[in-house]
Structures are given as C-alpha cells and as structure tokens.
Design a binder for this molecule. Structure first.
Ligand SMILES: *[C@@H]1O[C@H](CO)[C@@H](O)[C@H](O)[C@H]1NC(C)=O
Ligand SMILES: *[C@@H]1O[C@H](CO)[C@@H](O)[C@H](O)[C@H]1NC(C)=O
Ligand SMILES: *[C@@H]1O[C@H](CO)[C@@H](O)[C@H](O)[C@H]1NC(C)=O
Ligand SMILES: *[C@@H]1O[C@H](CO)[C@@H](O)[C@H](O)[C@H]1NC(C)=O
Ligand SMILES: *[C@@H]1O[C@H](CO)[C@@H](O)[C@H](O)[C@H]1NC(C)=O
Ligand SMILES: *[C@@H]1O[C@H](CO)[C@@H](O)[C@H](O)[C@H]1NC(C)=O
Ligand SMILES: *[C@@H]1O[C@H](CO)[C@@H](O)[C@H](O)[C@H]1NC(C)=O
Length: 457
C-alpha cells in the first residue's frame, strides 16, 4: 500500500451523524476513493482475538444526576425525563463520546435502543415529541470528532471501523454503570447509512465479549439497519441499476456500465470510468438522499412529491451551535470541542473500512438475535436495489414471501421474511427513514421491537 496508511476522505464522518451534509455526499466520495484503491483495501473484518481485554471503567457515581436535562430552549413541555452528557472512553487520550437519552413516560420495563440522533424541522412539532414517549431511546454520537464527541489527542481523529466499535463498547459498559437500572434491559441497536458497517460490528463485539467478560453482559436482542452500506460491490452496482430503473440516467451509460465495468476487478477500466462519469453527469443536480425532494436552494413553486425539507440540516446546525442549547445539553462543558458542532466533521480521517460486512451480519443471524434490514425506497445514496442485491447472499430461504404492509390503510412498504433476517421497505422514505416518513417509521419500528412482522392490513 502506497504511503503507509489508507486515508479515506475526511468527509466520511458525515455518515455517522444525524443529518445530511450540505452540498456533499460523503458516501459517494468514500466509494470513489474506495474504487481507486480497491486492490489495497482490506477485504473482510478480522475477528481473530478470542481473548477479552477488560475495558477501561471509571466510577460513574453521581454523574447521572448531573446529566439530567432540565429544559431545552424551544422544546414544548414534555413529561418524560431526558439526560445527556459525556462518557469518557479513554482518559489518557482524553476521548469522550456524547450521548442523549430520552426515557419513556413509564419506562420501567421498556427496552433500551441505541440509535443515531435525528432532529429536523419537526423539532418544534409536538408530534415529533411523541416519539420518545413510546420507547426509551439512547442516542450516541460516535466516533469522537463527530457531533459533540471529541478527543484531546489530535491523532485520535485518524480512526476507523475497529476503533469505533471498541469505543462504542467501552462507552456502553461505562454508561450502564452510570445508569445501572438498564443493565438487564433488552437492548437493541439501530442506525442508517454507514451504520450498515458499525452497527453489525458493534453487535458482533458485544456478543463476543458477552461470552468472556467479567464486566457488563449486555442483553443484546436485535439490530435494525436502514439504507445500510453493507457491501461495496452491491452498493456500486445496485446504485447504477437504481438510477437507470428510476429514469435518472440514459440507456447508453447504463449499457456501458454493464459492458465495461467489472467492479470485482482490482482496477476499473477507462471505459468503465467513462461510463460511470457520464452517468453521474446525467443525473444532474438532485438531492441524493431523496431523489424526489426539492433542493434546499430551490425557489421552485412546483409541488413536491416529498414533504421533506432539505434545509433541515441548516436548522439543526444553528440550533446545536446555540450556546444556551449546548449548555442545556451539557455539551462542550470543558470548552474542548475544537470547532462548531457539525454533522460533517472535517477533522476525521477514516483509515480502515472493510469492503463487506456480509460475514458479520451472517454471524449475527446465526446467533439468534433479531436482524432487520430496512430501506427507504426514494434514497439515491444507498438505494433499495443495493440492499436487495445483498439479501440473497445472507439467506436464501424465504419464510414469509413478499407482502405489502399497511399503516392507516395505506401501503407503508413491503416485507420479505427470510430465514433469520427480515427485509422491510418504507414507501416514500429517503436515506434516513424517520426523517422522511416519521409515522411509517414508528409503525415498522414498533413491530421490530415487538418481534412481529409489520401488519399485512
Ligand atoms: C479534555 O481537556 C479538557 C481541558 O483540559 C478537560 O477539561 C477535559 O476533561 C478533557 N477531556 C477528557 C475526556 O479527558
Ligand atoms: C476481570 O478480569 C481481569 C483479567 O482478565 C482482571 O484484571 C480483573 O481484575 C477482573 N475484574 C473483576 C471485577 O473481577
Ligand atoms: C450487477 O448485479 C447484477 C445482479 O447481481 C448482475 O446481474 C450484474 O451483472 C451486475 N453488474 C455489474 C456491472 O457488476
Ligand atoms: C472480474 O474480475 C475478477 C477479479 O479480477 C475476475 O475474477 C472475473 O473473472 C472478472 N469478471 C469478468 C466477467 O471479466
Ligand atoms: C432564488 O432566488 C434568489 C433571489 O431571487 C436568487 O438569488 C437565487 O439565485 C435563486 N436560486 C436558484 C437556485 O435559482
Ligand atoms: C466550545 O467552546 C470553545 C471555548 O469556549 C469554543 O471555542 C468552541 O467553538 C465551542 N465549540 C462549539 C461546538 O461550540
Ligand atoms: C439461522 O439460524 C440458525 C440457528 O442459529 C442457523 O443454524 C442457520 O444456519 C441460520 N440460517 C441462516 C440463513 O442464517
């Protein structure tokens, strides 16, 4: 490998945070850089070590009370408790991950869900506040350097999949000391986009450590990943097939891709590269995270097929960079955050990323935990086609054939129950399903937590 380390594009981090990047598509950038250096990248996740090395643990007494949120600027009155703050995962380097917990009104036996944060325009909308009432959710922002998470050691900002999983695990073990009442609770992990990598990797680490740990056993019951980047070959191939089938690119460029591209080859041929470039140009300037949404910069008065506001990330940026909000959230308490809160950190170099996590997901499926893979069907960044190319590689036994699922008398999407893995689409949703179709998202998410397939009527 040239130069010693693989440095992926700094913007990759964007994929980990809560909202879309402005004017950037980090996953496409990642794939482009990946395509160029394919021959040099590591192939699959190594899971060599079976030995448990105890994770760092800090006394957590009294920290829970300090983390309680007493009021948030602009938030309508809520009855459920909320907590947010930092959990140190490496005291020597000074690395800490930020979390935000919203409890259910009656939370005594509800499951605990680790997920990405989603905030958007509906932040001030009462309906959106009903979400946390239903389930207790815990949001953690990782890796350090994204959102409010940070490190006092600059070299920590060169990171990758393995370090992110390890930090998240250390975070969880310490967080459960801070909130010991959750130790035995059913635990689920969900996430979207690049979480297709880091959710399965964290779940794998939890299951592995559960077998040997003398620290916290985490009661992991399931994972759900949405519009998930799982496999490089399926991602690149499935994306162009989606563009063609959704009338975004010409027959000529699509035919060229089929004829000249061999994505498994170490080098991409010039003719393939040309066909890909042509296709990319043909798409024009659309909002990739939802191919039917308007652009944030648009003055168009044409009715939109999508009710999503593509300027959401601007509102979130403004809100989370308001000093009173940061104070209320106990963020940036030590003034250690190097720059403004941003969904897309420019600080981070992503140096390690396996080409596929299919083997990891297969391992999870065989472990008996619940594995759901969902997809908003108007996303152009990790389109539903990419997921459909991966599914037969995970399971070729269909237990419940394709059927439409319903919410409030409308088709909410479609379901296929494979052996050990459930596939669900959410109709009319973009890249981050809950931001585009909040009601349908809650409906299917409730089914996931109840361990039932979404309703067929
Ligand atoms: C980072 O440095 C600041 C300033 O010295 C300190 O207050 C903070 O506790 C450090 N963070 C961690 C996680 O150790
Ligand atoms: C857990 O095991 C490690 C070594 O494997 C040991 O150093 C540590 O003291 C043990 N902790 C407890 C609480 O028993
Ligand atoms: C893309 O995947 C489909 C389905 O697996 C396959 O038929 C096709 O040949 C692939 N195309 C390329 C360019 O790899
Ligand atoms: C694509 O590349 C791979 C790896 O070099 C090779 O094994 C395969 O035969 C190629 N496929 C075609 C259709 O040329
Ligand atoms: C929208 O209107 C403003 C003011 O008329 C103009 O400056 C801007 O360029 C327009 N934006 C687009 C995308 O046409
Ligand atoms: C955190 O506080 C420091 C010092 O007050 C400030 O320079 C920095 O911009 C703040 N970070 C954020 C995210 O607002
Ligand atoms: C499903 O799980 C069972 C039991 O753990 C395992 O034996 C089987 O191989 C798994 N099948 C698939 C397709 O993952």
């Amino acid at each position: 490998m040239k130069g010693g380390v693989i440095i992926f594009l700094i913007s990759v981090v964007c994929l980990f945070a809560s909202v879309q990047c402005k004017n950037r598509d980090p996953l496409r950038e990642l794939l482009k850089s990946h395509k160029k250096r394919r021959s040099e990248a590591s192939a699959v996740v190594e899971d060599a070590s079976t030995e448990y090395s105890p994770v760092y643990m800090l006394p957590q007494d009294g920290l829970k009370e300090e983390d309680k949120i007493t009021g948030l600027p602009g938030q309508p009155p809520v009855t459920f408790p909320q907590y947010s703050g930092y959990v140190t995962v490496d005291p020597t380097a000074g690395r800490a991950l930020f979390y935000w917990l919203t409890e259910a009104d009656d939370s005594s036996n509800k499951p605990l869900v680790l997920t990405r944060v989603f905030l958007d325009r509906k932040w001030r909308d009462d309906r959106a506040w009903a979400v946390p009432c239903e389930r207790r959710r815990k949001d953690v922002v990782s890796p350090a350097g994204v959102g409010f998470s940070y490190s006092n050691t600059t070299s920590d900002y060169v990171t990758g999949d393995t370090k992110t999983a390890a930090d998240s695990y250390t975070f969880l073990v310490n967080w459960l000391e801070r909130f010991p009442e959750y130790k035995t609770r059913d635990f689920y992990i969900t996430g979207e986009s690049y979480a297709g990598h880091y959710v399965p990797q964290l779940a794998q680490l939890i299951l592995k450590n559960n077998k040997v740990t003398n620290q916290s056993v985490i009661n992991l019951k399931g994972i759900a990943i949405g519009n998930a980047y799982i496999d490089y070959l399926d991602e690149i191939n499935g994306s162009y097939d989606y563009y063609w089938s959704h009338a975004l690119i010409s027959d000529e460029s699509h035919d060229g891709i089929i004829k000249y591209c061999n994505f498994s080859a170490p080098e991409i041929s010039d003719k393939c590269e040309q066909a890909l470039d042509q296709a990319d140009d043909e798409i024009g300037n659309i909002f990739g995270y939802d191919i039917y949404a308007p652009l944030c910069s648009s003055n168009s008065t044409a009715p939109s097929l999508s009710s999503f506001d593509p300027c959401s990330s601007d509102y979130v940026f403004t809100y989370l960079n308001t000093p009173e909000v940061q104070q209320a959230l106990h963020a940036n308490i030590s003034g250690a955050l190097p720059g403004p809160w941003d969904a897309c950190s420019n600080l981070i170099s992503w140096t390690e990323e396996p080409e596929t996590v299919l083997p990891v997901i297969k391992e999870l499926m065989a472990s008996g935990i619940s594995v759901w893979i969902y997809s908003g069907d108007t996303d152009g960044v990790v389109p539903v086609t990419t997921t459909r190319y991966s599914l037969p590689k995970l399971s070729n036994t269909i237990k419940t054939p394709w059927y439409p699922w319903y919410y409030q008398g409308e088709v909410g999407g479609y379901v296929v129950g494979y052996e050990n893995v459930t596939f669900v689409t959410i109709r009319g949703a973009g890249h981050f399903v809950p931001s585009y179709q909040p009601e349908r998202a809650i409906a299917f998410f409730s089914s996931f937590l109840e361990g039932k397939l979404p309703p067929s009527s």
